[in-house]
Write a protein that binds this ligand. Structure first.
Ligand SMILES: *[C@@H]1O[C@H](CO)[C@@H](O)[C@H](O)[C@H]1NC(C)=O
Ligand SMILES: *[C@@H]1O[C@H](CO)[C@@H](O)[C@H](O)[C@H]1NC(C)=O
Ligand SMILES: *[C@@H]1O[C@H](CO)[C@@H](O)[C@H](O)[C@H]1NC(C)=O
Ligand SMILES: *[C@@H]1O[C@H](CO)[C@@H](O)[C@H](O)[C@H]1NC(C)=O
Ligand SMILES: *[C@@H]1O[C@H](CO)[C@@H](O)[C@H](O)[C@H]1NC(C)=O
Ligand SMILES: *[C@@H]1O[C@H](CO)[C@@H](O)[C@H](O)[C@H]1NC(C)=O
Ligand SMILES: *[C@@H]1O[C@H](CO)[C@@H](O)[C@H](O)[C@H]1NC(C)=O
Ligand SMILES: *[C@@H]1O[C@H](CO)[C@@H](O)[C@H](O)[C@H]1NC(C)=O
Ligand SMILES: *[C@@H]1O[C@H](CO)[C@@H](O)[C@H](O)[C@H]1NC(C)=O
Ligand SMILES: *[C@@H]1O[C@H](CO)[C@@H](O)[C@H](O)[C@H]1NC(C)=O
Length: 763
């Protein structure tokens, strides 16, 4: 059976979205309500008065069965974007389903229910019972907000039931996300099981009303995956992106004795303006805005963003910072609880105090610009000042930290923690101040003794700084002097130092090189060409966000599709990576390495233009339930083989010996035929043949690093082979090395594989 409602919807679509708003008023001849004692059959649909939403029966596009669901979707958006489903768990098989408004008897008023029958007299779904009694005849009405309301007065009076109280996976403007504490109603999001199956999936996004209320994404209802932090008056502590007055969104959070909820509105939203939705898709929550001129949903932001957003990634008292080489760190006064594991990059044991608290003589050390730790067990008093909060915390021996509960107007209110602080992350932008209790002896400036120690330390530090500067100057001079030789004869320069970062090249020299790009065999693109090809770097053209900036999809004049990596303007590191990558990759050609088509230098802008890979990166496939199904064993084997070939070329068969140093699923791209291509040479190193291993500052990705590299910075081709091994395990198991959840415990795939029990099982 073809989905009739969908077919009808797409028939109207050619006119949208250009004439979207004009057409709403004209086309809205379909009814927007179901009266008492009548029903809506499969094939019929309701259209909201302004023509924004439609309600009817549908079969999800990706579905393999002919299961029919009752749902709400945007009338003029193609492909259909379903925002609500009634019978998620109980599809109607066949098209005999119908939705009726059943009155509880006794006149035209009174209570009522929505009942979805499958045509054979069986009820597959009905609206939750309510104690509200309407005085007028009831009806169900689909509103332009996307809310489907059963109410008296023909659907506009006392609300008996509304779909906004029972969200599926999508939050719409005006919807309340959270609790009605008087009735115990909890409004939360649950993922679809897959794109073709709206039944409830493994992930939920819920507000926890305890302590200072905050949102959690749960896996299987038992393991927290992500936490957005308590509301600080302006935004969630873990979402500095939610900046007020910077977007057309307005966010609101209510927490009082009767209500704990979050809601948002979009300026000009609702009936005739900007459409926006917030959707939980597997473990990631995404905010989209509809851009009619671009004809698509534009992704505003997506959470979790990175490993630091993984719940309690650095354990108790650990602070996660994506900008730091080791990611996890301990605040002042703390040291890794398990130094050995810490060196092996397993920070889950967290940090321990250097000195026990003595209660009376303690003080506080501020941790600035962070996401506040888990507040589930925290105590909140919004009515006191921050000074009083400090005094109260100091007076209570079990209090380990405090923070303002509202940052507006210089800060007010009080959050106090008395259990270990978990899930703190540092932000480079935004975030709040957390005041941690420390023993007096661990506080940095307290008493003559320690301040003298600090002065001595400062002198030592600045002295060593001078020495370092002198060394660096010498090094640069040395490099400049030898530069001339270097470009003419790449083989020779590798012999100066068997490990030369390609980025230690003089700036101007590099620009000359790229201008006269024939030497490098790289096309130099004009900025306007690139800007034009990516619709001026439209959000919609964004493919993703790499370590050094966003990647856009573009189409060149000749129709060739390309991927454009735009290096973040403010990252000096990015500039180095840029040079490194251009120099290196321009000289390499292999079917399993991504091909650089050219680059672009324009003022501060640095961009790399690559061939476009239809299937994006490998991690998109192997860690996604739905898509991983497309990767059968022979495809997986081919991918492993391809990566191995690419790696062999880098290590052995190319003109240089190259160590990639950041081999991971995210850096393996897949073309239309699922052939793997290694990408991202930002931190790669070139080697002479004489030496086997080297020591350098540790860069790369956590979880893929070999122990000797992670601990001592020693790397060689074997480090890449280690990462390759991790990749193979991930490909075979379909699980991430980091972020594997089993029975509520978070372990790494490696330790899982190497644990004794697993060996026992294998034997
Ligand atoms: C709906 O049906 C009930 C029971 O059959 C009847 O009492 C009621 O008057 C009807 N209401 C309307 C509005 O037709
Ligand atoms: C409706 O009222 C009954 C009796 O007063 C009560 O037991 C029940 O919990 C109420 N139901 C709801 C959904 O409020
Ligand atoms: C998650 O989103 C992606 C694209 O945004 C989509 O392809 C995929 O089907 C979604 N997954 C589910 C379960 O809806
Ligand atoms: C989900 O949690 C339940 C217990 O709450 C457990 O029995 C089940 O195995 C878990 N499922 C998965 C896939 O982890
Ligand atoms: C945001 O704008 C509103 C009204 O335009 C203003 O009252 C409020 O103070 C602004 N907030 C910030 C943080 O600038
Ligand atoms: C708005 O937010 C972006 C980051 O999301 C930031 O770069 C920009 O400076 C902000 N603009 C204003 C006016 O605050
Ligand atoms: C809580 O806030 C909501 C929304 O602002 C309001 O309707 C309700 O009356 C408040 N409840 C209390 C007890 O203040
Ligand atoms: C706590 O520290 C204060 C000040 O350093 C000191 O006077 C006091 O004796 C200490 N108390 C205990 C129990 O160690
Ligand atoms: C909150 O307290 C409970 C019970 O003591 C404990 O199991 C849980 O780990 C605590 N959570 C946090 C985040 O401290
Ligand atoms: C100290 O804090 C704990 C936990 O917040 C609380 O249970 C206890 O009542 C407080 N003690 C005093 C004296 O306020």
């Amino acid at each position: 059976m073809v989905t009739m409602a969908m077919a009808a919807a797409s028939a109207m679509r050619p006119l949208a979205p250009l004439f979207l708003f004009f057409f709403f008023s004209l086309a809205a001849s379909a009814s927007d309500n179901i009266l008492a004692n009548s029903s809506l059959a499969d094939g019929q649909k309701l259209v909201s008065a302004g023509g924004v939403f439609e309600l009817g029966f549908f079969t999800p596009p990706g579905s393999t069965t002919a299961a029919r669901f009752l749902g709400i979707w945007y009338r003029d958006i193609d492909p259909p974007t379903v925002v609500w489903v009634a019978n998620r768990d109980a599809p109607v098989s066949g098209t005999a389903g119908s939705l009726a408004v059943v009155v509880n008897g006794g006149g035209g008023g009174g209570g009522g229910r929505l009942v979805l029958g499958d045509g054979s007299g069986r009820v597959v779904w009905s609206s939750a019972p309510s104690n509200v009694t309407a005085s007028d005849p009831v009806a169900a009405r689909l509103l332009d907000s996307g809310n489907f309301v059963l109410a008296g007065g023909g659907g506009s009076g006392d609300v008996i039931w509304q779909s906004f109280d029972y969200p599926s996976d999508t939050l719409l403007p005006g919807m309340k996300f959270g609790w009605d504490l008087t009735t115990g109603l909890d409004r939360y999001l649950t993922t679809w099981r897959s794109a073709g199956d709206p039944s409830p999936g493994d992930y939920t996004f819920k507000i926890d009303p305890r302590g200072a209320p905050e949102g959690f994404i749960w896996y299987n209802g038992t393991s927290p995956v992500y936490r957005n932090g308590p509301w600080d008056g302006l935004q969630f502590s873990g979402e500095p992106e939610m900046e007020p007055n910077n977007t057309s969104f307005r966010f609101e959070f209510v927490a009082n004795r009767t209500d704990v909820y979050y809601t948002f509105v979009v300026d000009g939203g609702g009936g005739g303006g900007v459409l926006s939705r917030f959707v939980l898709n597997q473990s990631s929550a995404q905010r989209y805005v509809w851009l009619p001129q671009a004809g698509g949903w534009s992704l505003y932001w997506s959470l979790p963003r990175d490993q630091c957003d993984q719940y309690a990634h650095c354990g108790a008292y650990g602070v996660c910072d994506v900008g730091a080489a080791s990611m996890c760190g301990c605040p002042a006064g703390f040291a890794p609880a398990s130094p050995r594991n810490w060196e092996l990059r397993d920070s889950s044991a967290g940090c321990a105090r250097r000195t026990r608290l003595n209660c009376t003589g303690d003080g506080f050390l501020p941790l600035r610009g962070v996401k506040l730790p888990d507040t589930t067990n925290a105590t909140v008093d919004a009515a006191i000042a921050v000074d009083q909060c400090r005094a109260r915390c100091l007076a209570n021996c079990s209090c380990v930290a405090y923070a303002a509960s509202d940052v507006r107007g210089g800060g007010s209110g009080c959050i106090m923690w008395s259990s270990p602080l978990v899930d703190i992350r540092k932000f480079s932008y935004g975030g709040e101040d957390l005041f941690m209790r420390l023993a007096a002896s661990d506080l940095p400036t307290n008493g003559d003794d320690s301040s003298r120690k600090n002065t001595v330390l400062a002198v030592v530090l600045s002295l060593s700084g001078v020495v370092l500067l002198a060394l660096a100057a010498f090094f640069v001079w040395d490099k400049l002097f030898r530069n001339k030789v270097r470009f003419q004869s790449p083989q020779r320069f590798t012999s100066f130092d068997s490990s030369i970062p390609l980025n230690q090249v003089q700036d101007r020299k590099m620009e000359d090189e790229t201008r006269h790009s024939n030497e490098l065999n790289v096309t130099l693109f004009d900025f306007n060409t690139i800007a034009f090809s990516t619709d001026n770097f439209a959000n919609l053209a964004k493919l993703g966000e790499g370590g050094f900036g966003p990647v856009y999809k573009g189409e060149l004049d000749g129709g060739q599709t390309v991927a454009v990596k735009r290096l973040s303007k403010f990252s000096t590191q990015g500039l180095d990576e840029f040079k490194n990558e251009v120099m290196l990759i321009a000289r390499l050609q292999h079917v399993n390495l991504v091909r650089l088509l050219g680059c672009c230098i324009h003022g501060e802008e640095r961009m790399l233009v690559y061939e476009y890979m239809e299937n994006k990166s490998l991690d998109n496939f192997i860690f996604d339930k739905a898509r991983s199904a497309q990767l059968n064993w022979s495809k997986r084997f081919n991918i492993i083989l391809g990566i191995a070939r690419g790696l062999l070329y880098l290590h052995q068969d190319s003109r240089f010996k190259i160590i990639h140093r950041d081999l991971k699923a995210g850096n393996i791209l897949l073309d239309g035929d699922m052939n793997p291509k290694i990408s991202d040479f930002g931190v790669a190193r070139i080697f002479g043949d004489d030496t086997d291993s080297h020591t350098r500052k540790v860069v790369g990705t956590y979880g893929y690093m070999s122990p000797e590299y992670a601990m001592d910075g020693v790397f060689s081709v074997k480090s890449d082979v280690f990462s390759f091994g991790v990749l193979v395990l991930e490909l075979v198991s379909g699980r991430k090395n980091r972020g594997m959840y089993s029975s509520g415990e978070q372990t790494s795939l490696l330790s899982h594989v190497s644990s004794d029990q697993e060996f026992e099982k294998v034997r």
